[in-house]
Design a protein around this ligand. Sequence first.
Ligand SMILES: NC(=O)C1=CN([C@@H]2O[C@H](COP(=O)(O)OP(=O)(O)OC[C@H]3O[C@@H](n4cnc5c(N)ncnc54)[C@H](O)[C@@H]3O)[C@@H](O)[C@H]2O)C=CC1
Ligand SMILES: CC(C)CC(=O)C(=O)O
Ligand SMILES: [Mg+2]
Length: 388
Amino acid sequence: MATTSPAKGGKILILPGDHIGPEVVTEALKILDIIEEATGAKFERDFDLCGGASLDKHKDSVTEAVLKKSEEADAVFFGSAGGPEWGHSQPNPESGLLRIRKRLQVFANLRPCNFASKALIHRSPIKPEIITGVDFTIIRENCGGAYYGEKTEEKDYGCDPWEYSRPEIERVARVAGALAMQRDPPLPVWSVDKANVLASPRVWRRITHEVFGKEFPEVEIRDQLADSLAMLLITKPTAFNGLIVTDNTFGDILSDESGGLTGSLGLLPSASLAGAPAAEGGDSPVLGRNNAGGVVGLYEPVHGSAPDISGKGLANPVAQVLSLAMMLRYSFNMHREAEVVERAIAKVLDSKDDGGLEVRTGDLGGTAGTREMSEAIQGEVRRLLKAG
Ligand SMILES: NC(=O)C1=CN([C@@H]2O[C@H](COP(=O)(O)OP(=O)(O)OC[C@H]3O[C@@H](n4cnc5c(N)ncnc54)[C@H](O)[C@@H]3O)[C@@H](O)[C@H]2O)C=CC1
Ligand SMILES: CC(C)CC(=O)C(=O)O
Ligand SMILES: [Mg+2]
């Protein structure tokens, strides 16, 4: 293991949100404490409300003051928003998150799907010979499409326009291209759409190919319809190893499917970025650079607020902790520490196979609670940082 990154840090706005959000955010921040202590990095933390918690206090899912604070931060660390008690009449809790994503223009939502630990392969509902080696990242357009169209909602009629324009498609295609080029050879990219039926996906496909043809000619770009991809991710998931760039709605749905592939949504992190992140040791990001020399980002698990298990100490903290690792890597250029966190999680999940105790939450077939799982990860992070 390489030594730690030079002491850094920056400003983080923390929005734990609702239900299991605060439970898993609390645990993830303990890992940040350990990293601060070991590296000398200083993270200024500001806590505020978003989602149902904000509706209860301010009658709005996110206030203008919080939106301003999110712009002033180097990164936003988010839990999850929503729950049955707030319903869906507008503004609902989820609208707060959508508004922050839009305000920060974090248009590229990276949602990796791979196994945090080899031992978990046998937890997947997919046969090991099919799922072993799966490793793709969905790059979901995060600030446009149907989630942001001007809505019409009447008693017996509803309409959500699904629109994309050239600049929105170009910028997310460029993030996909830049990330593909960070590997040698470049990663293959699948552009996923419904160009056989819908107009904006046809524009998406044409412009994506233009961008790759002109700016990333070395990258192999292929098209795949979203419906058949949903099927193929189950029958031949490793065929899509690499990057999948797609629109907001398809990316949301397909990334929950990733939770099915890996066996639990409690494992999957995400990073919503305002530009292409720099490779380790590479140049600073051009678009969306923050004051910490990384990229402006909002970090949250793929999962939601899981009201069915909240308040019981049962939630798996791994997705939130892996989101913290993504924050360290992309917004603070702390690649080494991000890797330490990821390795610590793998070590904990593999501990039984390595002759240790099994520490796994219920979603992974274990009996550990949120805190117990988190403490095991903290112990490994400490150990790995100490080992240098
Ligand atoms: N980014 C966000 O804030 C998101 C919010 N939501 C909101 O969350 C609420 C619940 O939505 P659902 O459809 O139930 O999706 P969900 O992702 O909250 O839960 C789906 C299933 O996965 C389980 N699960 C999720 N995270 C887990 C974890 N960390 N550990 C163990 N099990 C976990 C839940 O117990 C549940 O059975 C809704 O209000 C929804 O709108 C949904 C997705 C994203
Ligand atoms: C605004 C969110 C609730 C949408 C969603 O499900 C997600 O981003 O994963
Ligand atoms: Mg979702």
